[in-house]
Design a protein around this ligand. Structure first.
Ligand SMILES: NC(=O)c1ccc[n+]([C@@H]2O[C@H](COP(=O)([O-])OP(=O)(O)OC[C@H]3O[C@@H](n4cnc5c(N)ncnc54)[C@H](OP(=O)(O)O)[C@@H]3O)[C@@H](O)[C@H]2O)c1
Length: 395
């Protein structure tokens, strides 16, 4: 049983009325939630929790503060909300963008809690969740919140978080090797993005898929899903990560550091006969060079899928690549850029890939304790992570 602090001070008379009111309620869960909401915190009932707040702009060292006086979410929960005791959070490059891109004085920016991915245990459920909902108090869940949520102050580098039930899926309990850290890493942004890339590429058995950035959080999962669906996967990463990527199922690895003219090397390797060409390129690094040269090695009906946003790698190339006609120098290959809208159905798809063995491992670069989130972000900011970086929130 966990405890709630009242967010508003209640007069004893009002508390009496509330006590009578919740005694008349039919649902035990709602009663207990209301009871907790009206109880004053005792010594065994903490009213606050710890969370990493982003209190200025810049690097993680300058702008992140671990605060221990953040109010616990208030109960009872309305609608389809659930309260999750966060076990692990996993980090994403988007968190770094949030720290640096948005000045902290913007009204929506305020002092948000950072973090998108999480895994944890459900402590409370909202009043409108149907009794047959598979997510119940005590369920182990994982998923990701949206970028908007972070802007609104809800992040996952915290001890407890309230999310909509539609943002999570159950962590599979029949995958022996799967811990809650790996669940956060796989079922959060990285795995959901991998699922979307695979569906955007209409991936099917027998395809040849080239994954650029194959050793990263997203790339490592894309490699496994494509291989598991019966594709021949070629990964691009630096030489030190060759064994990692081969171990994820790639049949060949190209060391981008060993080839000054990477596109030239890929052309020599996969250009020429159409049978040798690539069906889909999954680009997790935002390489315009790879797209510009793609007619030399990507099939005419092939797809180039880029997930890297921003002005220089996302928006401007997207407009140019989509709109410029071939006659004016446009590239005659389908170009797709998307921004993930995180949701529990995508987490569920990742869970299915974990359960049926298509995802055989979740590469974890490193795991940090809750107090070490700054160091964890510094590692992420090097751009050299081999898989996911995890922060363990619960002791
Ligand atoms: N559009 C969306 O919705 C969406 C969703 C998720 C992620 N993203 C974006 O996708 C990108 C990848 O995300 P992530 O989580 O996978 O990042 P990550 O885990 O931080 O990626 C690190 C990996 O990138 C590799 N890498 C760096 N430069 C490379 C290069 N030039 N060529 C090949 N590999 C290179 C590194 O390998 P080496 O050390 O071997 O170089 C490292 O293993 C980020 O920019 C992220 O913001 C977008």
């Amino acid at each position: 049983m966990h405890c709630r602090a009242p967010q508003i001070t209640t007069h004893p008379g009002i508390t009496n009325h509330l006590t009578q009111f919740y005694a008349s309620l039919p649902f035990e869960q709602t009663k207990s939630s209301l009871r907790m909401a009206t109880q004053p915190p005792g010594p065994s009932c903490p009213s606050t929790m710890r969370a990493w707040k982003c209190t200025s702009s810049g690097s993680s060292r300058t702008c992140l503060t671990l605060q221990s006086d953040v109010f616990l979410p208030s109960l009872p929960l309305m609608g389809s909300k659930i309260l999750v005791k966060v076990s692990h959070a996993s980090l994403n490059p988007a968190d770094l963008a949030f720290m640096t891109l948005f000045p902290y004085w913007l009204p929506f920016r305020r002092h948000p809690v950072l973090g998108l991915d999480f895994s944890g245990t459900v402590l409370e459920i909202g009043s409108s969740l149907p009794p047959d909902c598979e997510i119940k108090i005590g369920s182990k869940v994982a998923g990701a919140i949206s970028h908007w949520d972070v802007g609104l102050g809800i992040g996952t580098l915290t001890e407890q978080v309230v999310v909509d039930v539609g943002q999570v899926a159950l962590v599979p309990n029949n995958v022996e090797w799967l811990g809650m850290g790996q669940a956060a890493g796989a079922m959060g942004i990285a795995g959901q993005t991998a699922v979307c890339m695979v569906s955007s590429g209409a991936i099917r058995k027998g395809m040849r898929v080239l994954v650029n950035g194959a050793s990263g959080g997203v790339g490592g999962l894309v490699v496994q899903i494509c291989e598991g669906l019966g594709c021949d996967v070629v990964g691009i990463c630096s030489g030190v990560n060759k064994n990692l990527v081969m171990g994820l199922g790639a049949i060949e690895v190209i060391d981008y550091k060993a080839h000054q003219d990477l596109a030239g090397y890929i052309t020599a390797r996969f250009g020429g006969r159409q049978d040798d060409n690539i069906d889909v390129i999954m680009d997790c690094t935002g390489s315009q060079e790879l797209y510009a040269n793609s007619p030399k090695y990507l099939k005419p009906d092939g797809k180039f899928i880029n997930i890297v946003g921003g002005w220089s790698q996302g928006v401007v190339p997207f407009v140019r690549n989509k709109l410029r006609p071939v006659i004016l120098g446009g590239v005659p290959r389908d170009y797709i850029l998307f921004l993930l809208s995180a949701n529990g159905l995508l987490s569920k798809q990742v869970a299915e890939y974990l359960e049926n063995g298509i995802i055989k491992k979740v590469p974890i670069d490193s795991e940090f304790g809750m107090e070490q989130a700054v160091e964890a972000y510094e590692k992420l900011a090097t751009g050299r992570a081999k898989g996911k970086i995890i922060v363990k929130m619960a002791s």
